[in-house]
Design a protein around this ligand. Structure first.
Ligand code: SAM
Length: 278
């Protein structure tokens, strides 16, 4: 890869989170972790020099890969010259209409990516909240972010992102990846996380109400959930107590101790009472 990058006068851009992978065993392991097979359509965010794209193309039916940095065009043309099932789109994925990207990939698909660290959570949240055809994501992220994605209720890493992911499906770390396996090496270690939208997850009456409830639960971690409910949904103390009582939640709890399912039940009650999700 170094030769190819040198040949095309490529310089790494920190602002795009460019830390590339080259270890073939790791690349193949990521593709396996994701569960990609010859029937799978894959959406990749950040092709880089194309190392993961190539490993995906060897197994998948089709790969659509977004890359913001047009200076990688000649590098990718060379890396992927033998791949008839890959299309690289040179656009900023964060400015792309997700519905249009989903139409391009066609039907249901998996997201597999070594994500640029500066947009990791926004990229994942886009698929969690809007990814209609998305069956799941297998993504390389900073280890600390991986812990947040998979955290248990009540733990210090548990937060709004964890609860949002848990509503769509299960989350698990598939492998830890030392910083030395990236070029250039970042300052932190990474982990591969698999978010599976076909396993786990639960239904709520209103997605909007769930989002609002989750936001409220983590609004002010030092306040009780009762107080946060009162300020977020203009409830009286009596109304807030009644809601928590009907969930069987003890008075004085903090939002972060509720499981995602309990937050779902709370959001259904708020929605039914006309307080949220409108
Ligand atoms: N997939 C390659 C690999 O594993 O070696 C590169 C991964 S590197 C961590 C992230 C890549 O995402 C970079 O090539 C960067 O230019 C690209 N990128 C950063 N922001 C992007 C965005 N908003 N849309 C599309 N690509 C982006």
């Amino acid at each position: 890869m170094d030769d190819l990058l040198f040949k095309h006068h490529f310089t790494f851009k920190k602002r795009y989170g460019q830390n590339f992978l080259t270890d073939r065993n790791l690349l193949r392991a990521i593709v396996s972790d994701a569960g990609v097979d010859e029937k799978t359509a894959v959406l990749e965010i950040g092709a880089g020099a194309g190392a993961l794209t190539l490993a995906l193309a060897e197994r998948a039916k089709k790969v659509i890969s977004y890359e913001i940095d047009k200076s990688l065009q000649p590098v990718l043309a060379e890396t992927l010259s033998d791949c008839g099932n890959v299309e690289v789109v040179f656009r900023d994925f964060m400015r792309e209409d997700l519905a249009a990207a989903e139409r391009a990939v066609g039907g249901d698909y998996l997201v597999v990516a070594n994500l640029p660290y500066y947009v990791t959570t926004p990229v994942v949240m886009r698929f969690v909240e809007e990814g209609k055809g998305c069956r799941g994501l297998t993504v390389m992220v900073q280890e600390e972010v991986a812990r947040r994605f998979c955290a248990k209720a009540g733990s210090p890493d548990y937060g709004a992102v964890t609860a949002a992911i848990a509503r769509r499906g299960s989350a698990a770390v598939t492998r830890l990846v030392p910083r030395t396996l990236f070029t250039p090496s970042p300052n932190v270690d990474s982990a591969v996380v698999r978010l599976d939208f076909t396993a786990g997850g639960f239904a709520v009456r209103s997605e909007k109400a769930y989002r609002e409830t989750v936001r409220c639960a983590f609004l002010n971690r030092r306040k009780t959930l009762e107080n946060n409910l009162m300020s977020a949904f203009s409830l009286s103390r009596g109304e807030a107590k009644e809601l928590l009582g009907s969930l069987g939640v003890p008075a004085g709890v903090r939002g972060e101790t509720l499981s995602p399912e309990q937050l779902g039940a709370l959001s259904d009650l708020l929605f039914a009472a006309g307080k949220s999700g409108k």
